[in-house]
Design a protein around this ligand. Structure first.
Ligand code: PMP
Length: 406
């Protein structure tokens, strides 16, 4: 039994009172974007009501208040992920931006024939930037394979590593399958051959509170909108010595020390990577989202979501012809499935008519779909504000959809 008071938590999320197509909303697309609690909405409203101003360069009160709040949020992020220094937190527009920043910077270091390893279960945002990097540099992209359960084949990973490996990229949790990858082992083994590691934490951070210093990871990325924060803001964590070596990604205001037409020198970290006016309100709200989730406790969240997932897995498997993709021992509350003889899009559309929000398609992870030789899946992803009753509504909806389609 969970120690969380789910009924009272649900009251924090105004959107959960909505009706969709005349039915109470059952929101099960949390892996794409989580909903926003009133506590975070209040922070956003307060910012625009009281102290909307540009940061870091203003002498006036509003600018100073906004700067203080933005930097306080950076401090909350630092503490939450146990990052050694505040300037190792680069505020970005989200995971995609963070990954491109690193991939772009590594163009200076990758030489022809150097190898970059990516896992077979990456989001497109963690494949395409590396392909672009390889095109620019002559680097070679190699893939860590996975098995039918949706787990990485670690023996193959160890075989792929060599002194040619310069970088390893892997998600902490797969968005399409929910698999929690053994990132400790991945990081340690890569370091043994002198390779740097970037872990994409976009899916993990809503369920797991990673200790980035203990992991000894080189880079880690997060998107706030998957953990009760707003869209358009996230972080790149990087170790100080690596961030210092990486060239800047974008040029502009904020990121310079001195500019003349002959030469420009760059600002210190983190500003070197924070060109232009950032998502100030978003950064502040990200801090508030972390406060909110920490007030519930990540262990409580994970325990309750596991309970929901086990229940949903058992119930869904009672539907005739239903197959679940991603049956790893270690997984978060994501269930990807298909029903024999139906198309995921049709199931998703019928569920929407019943007020149930799920995602259908390839989930920006086409190689996984190719691996299973399917066009896509229906994905239900659960958050701590979902209930067993909602799982029952989903299962009834899926049965109804199946009967309508077959
Ligand atoms: N990686 C993973 C594993 C994801 O789930 C997502 C979002 N679906 C991303 C990267 C990209 O995140 P964003 O769109 O916030 O940049």
């Amino acid at each position: 039994k969970t120690s969380l008071d789910i009924a009272s938590i649900r009251k924090d999320f105004p959107v959960l009172n909505r009706k969709v197509n005349g039915k109470p909303l059952v929101y099960l697309d949390n892996a794409a974007t989580s909903q926003t609690p009133q506590q975070v909405i209040d922070v956003i409203v307060e910012y625009y009501h009281r102290y909307n101003a540009n940061i870091h360069r203003g002498v006036h009160t509003l600018s100073q208040e906004a700067t203080d709040a933005y930097e306080a949020a950076r401090g909350k992020i630092q503490k939450h992920f146990n990052i050694a220094k505040p300037y190792e937190v680069i505020l970005t527009s989200g995971t995609t931006h963070s990954i491109n920043l690193v991939a772009n910077g590594f163009s200076s270091f990758i030489k022809e024939g150097d190898e970059i390893l990516v896992s077979a279960m990456e989001h497109h945002s963690n494949i395409v930037p590396w392909q672009m990097l390889c095109e620019r540099t002559g680097g070679i992209l190699k893939v860590i394979p996975m098995n039918q359960n949706g787990e990485l084949i670690m023996e193959e990973y160890h075989k792929l590593l060599s002194e040619k490996t310069k970088l390893v990229f892997c998600n902490h949790v797969s968005n399409a399958l929910g698999t929690i990858n053994p990132i400790e082992e991945i990081i340690d083994a890569a370091h043994n051959v002198g390779a740097a590691v970037l872990i994409d934490g976009a899916q993990a951070a809503a369920h797991i509170k990673p200790d980035l210093q203990a992991l000894d990871v080189d880079f880690y990325t997060v998107s706030a909108h998957k953990m009760c924060g707003p869209t358009g803001v996230g972080i790149l964590y990087g170790k100080e010595e690596l961030l210092k070596k990486l060239p800047p990604y974008q040029g502009g205001g904020e990121m310079i020390a001195e500019v003349t037409f002959e030469k420009t020198t760059y600002a210190d970290l983190p500003h070197k990577f924070e060109a232009g006016t950032p998502n100030i309100c978003g950064g502040i709200a990200f801090g508030a989202a972390l406060d909110y989730m920490n007030s519930l406790g990540f262990e409580n969240i994970a325990e309750y979501e596991d309970e929901l997932m086990s229940y949903a897995t058992r119930q869904l498997l009672t539907v005739e012809g239903l197959k679940i993709y991603g049956t790893a021992k270690n997984k978060t509350s994501v269930i990807s499935f298909n029903i024999e003889g139906t198309h995921p899009y049709d199931i998703g559309s019928i569920l929407d008519k019943l007020g149930i929000a799920v995602r259908t398609g390839h989930h920006c992870a086409q190689p996984i779909m190719d691996f299973y030789q399917i066009p896509g899946t229906v994905r239900a992803s659960f958050s701590f504000y979902n209930t067993k009753k909602e799982v029952d509504v989903l299962v009834e909806g899926v049965k109804r959809a199946r009967n309508m389609l077959l």
